[in-house]
Design a protein around this ligand. Structure first.
Ligand code: NAD
Length: 269
């Protein structure tokens, strides 16, 4: 069976997804929707033209996709999702900054329809493994800090991945981590922003893509778990996995780890 994929967003990620999907034998890109579209078509290698439109409902009616893959903005994704739900189309979204209330609304609506959807703040498989390894380590250490580094164009801080990592650490630890007290902070904020005792430090610089290091500290030792994304191609295996898996889901899965079959301790079920 060929999975018909409609791509939402024609920015850096949208275009990467379009090319990744078009290279797969079991997938077909059927269109691209973007509020800012100015052309009628986007061309792909092999002189293939893909319809390019501003209106999601019109493009869904025209192309009848099985799955919409969305990498846009938190203002746009809810509007797109309404159009997807109206026509019972599965959704895979990697858009950053989606609100908890919107995600829970999506969960209710997709469950009601027995239809699959995936929302994930990070599609890089290594980043998910980093989170799972942090979860494992959190059972053995009382203190941890996260340093996340991104390009200077990133809109939000801290990153969704660093927040999810900090929450996973606290969850696996069973209670808040212990945070060393700083008696005198001569520059405000230098200790980062803490999530239940796990400080997160956000670096924003040109030249960076997406990087994160988790440092656990214990008596006489530290453990460092690090992941580096050097190219957007790193997200594509996770996106393609989600497109295949969402076809068999009957509700919303939040986080790519939900497709990996890990238990809460990080081991594979
Ligand atoms: N989950 C992940 O693994 C992952 C990885 C990389 C990027 N992202 C996220 O994906 C999204 C897109 O990233 P990008 O690098 O392609 O960005 P980009 O700036 O290159 O593209 C943004 C896209 O969103 C559209 N858009 C922006 N604001 C809009 C609005 N208000 N209404 C309608 N459309 C709007 C633009 O037209 C464009 O198509 C961001 O939220 C980014 O943080 C997620």
């Amino acid at each position: 069976m060929t999975i018909k994929v409609l791509v939402s967003g024609s920015g850096k990620m949208g275009r990467e997804v379009l090319h990744a999907v078009s290279a797969e034998d079991d997938m077909e890109p059927v269109g691209v929707v973007d509020l800012l579209s100015t052309e009628e078509y986007i061309s792909l290698p092999g002189e293939v033209l893909v319809p390019f439109e501003r209106n999601p409902s019109a493009l869904i009616t025209r192309t009848r996709p099985d799955v919409i893959v969305d990498f846009t903005s938190a203002e746009w994704t809810p509007k797109l999702a309404e159009a997807a739900l109206e026509d019972n189309v599965r959704l895979v979204s990697g858009t950053s900054g989606l609100s908890e209330s919107f995600i829970s609304h999506l969960g209710e609506q997709y469950a009601k329809r027995d239809l699959g959807a995936v929302v994930a703040s990070n599609f890089a498989i290594g980043a998910i493994l980093m989170q799972q390894m942090s979860r494992m380590a959190a059972r053995f250490y009382d203190s941890a800090e996260v340093i996340e580094q991104h390009h200077d164009g990133k809109a939000d801080a801290p990153s969704g991945t660093s927040l999810a990592t900090a929450r996973a650490i606290v969850d696996a630890h069973g209670n808040p981590m212990s945070l060393a007290e700083t008696k005198r902070e001569t520059v405000r904020g230098t200790r980062g922003g803490a999530v239940d005792g796990v400080p997160i430090h956000s670096v924003r610089l040109p030249g960076l893509v997406a990087h994160q290091e988790v440092i656990f500290g214990g008596p006489g030792e530290t453990l460092r778990i690090r992941h580096d994304t050097s190219d957007r191609a790193s997200f594509m295996p996770g996106v393609l996995l989600a497109v295949r898996e969402v076809m068999n889901l009957k509700s919303l899965v939040v986080g790519l780890e939900g497709l990996f079959g890990f238990d809460a301790g990080g081991a594979r079920k």
